[in-house]
Design a protein around this ligand. Sequence first.
Ligand SMILES: [Zn+2]
Length: 462
Amino acid sequence: MIGQRLSEELKRSVRHLAAHARRKAPWLTNQRLTAFAVTLVAVSLALGGLNPTKDSAAEVVADASTEAFPRVVPEQLVEHVPALPEQPLEDTAEPVDSGSWNAVSVRSGQTLGAIFNEQGYSAATLHQLVTLDENTQKLARIRPGDLFEFQNDEQGAFEKMRYALNDTQYLVVSKEGDALHSSLVEREITTEVAEADGVITSSMYAAAKEAGISDTVIMDLANIFGWDLDFVLDVREGDQFFIIYEKLFREGEFLKDGRILAATFVSQGQRYRAIGHESEAGFDYYDPDGRTMRREFLRAPLNFSYISSGFNPKRMHPVLKRVRPHNGIDYYAPRGTPVYAAGDGKVIRSAYSNSNGHHVFIQHSDGIVTKYLHFSNRAVKEGQKVRQGQTIGYVGSTGLASGPHLHYEFVVNGVHRNPRTVPLPEVIPLDGNTLDEFQQQSAPMLTRLRRLESTSFYASAK
Ligand SMILES: [Zn+2]
């Protein structure tokens, strides 16, 4: 393995980065990992897996020197896919004129005026166009690479123009007598349901490429299961995935991959399944029993680099030589890393003390309190209501802390629980009618998913 040939230092650097890029916005309904994170997961996996709980305090210090690694995310890879229409547009789409178009791609620095001039259209026509209505005002912001298509009348004068406003809409302007008329025309998008499966060999990224799925799909996969599985710490060689997803076609040509409709992830022998379901609350993923994949609490309230000290109620203190419980988890992260409220709640303490440094406690429903210690700065006040994912402070080393880290506690009815393993309440569980509806609607997809799992080449790789 590559891992053997790399120095410990580089391993640490990669681990640091992988975790840092882990979740860009973990609280979003439709979470998306950055492509960068996936790439780094790939690198981490190539290194032969991570073993972060064994890190010593010395490594914490060494790790701080890896800041120089670039964290820039390639733009084209993380660009968010626009929300999909709930219904395929094929029924509502007006036929787009099939006459022959003269296509012009906007060059750098080129204005619409220059393009019209090049086409031999009059300045009067241009003026008429840009002052026509709110649709044509959108032409004020054309960019290099945008596509204009024109049709001329028999005299070579302007007759019709179309411009792709976005993936799903054309702006069409046509001449009617002496006047211009504009309209927005839906572009015909059709959806096909496709299947993919793979086994993780060198990396998740490579497995995705092998399975012929895009970065977006593999990121969505990581996000769907990210509440149960840690794609930085938990994913291993031999893990398998099975995906049923949408492929979108525009005017007959492949446009991009769409939503995941159902997926299975088998991690170290444990099988996780998720089915997409549209309810009144929107599109979300559920397990086959109708439990949401999302949880009321983030598993970790920050993008941590690694765990420097685990939860251990019977920890023997290395210096004091007596049992001194560690009632939380220490997440190492660079100073200034934002820390999020793990769930919705109310700030019941935001203060400074000699041992805890700057610290914040949040009261949630069901007798749950979360505690966050050693902030460099606090971002909330006592009594303030907070939402899941809201920044409440920044990683620091105030109080009794040897280096920048977050000490995080999860307390249920006064009892400290391990934040890494405590079962987390699900969000808006389905029940009664909504559960019946889910089970009816998801049954065919679940059958299809099971069939994919059993007929896959990888099914025998268990
Ligand atoms: Zn601690």
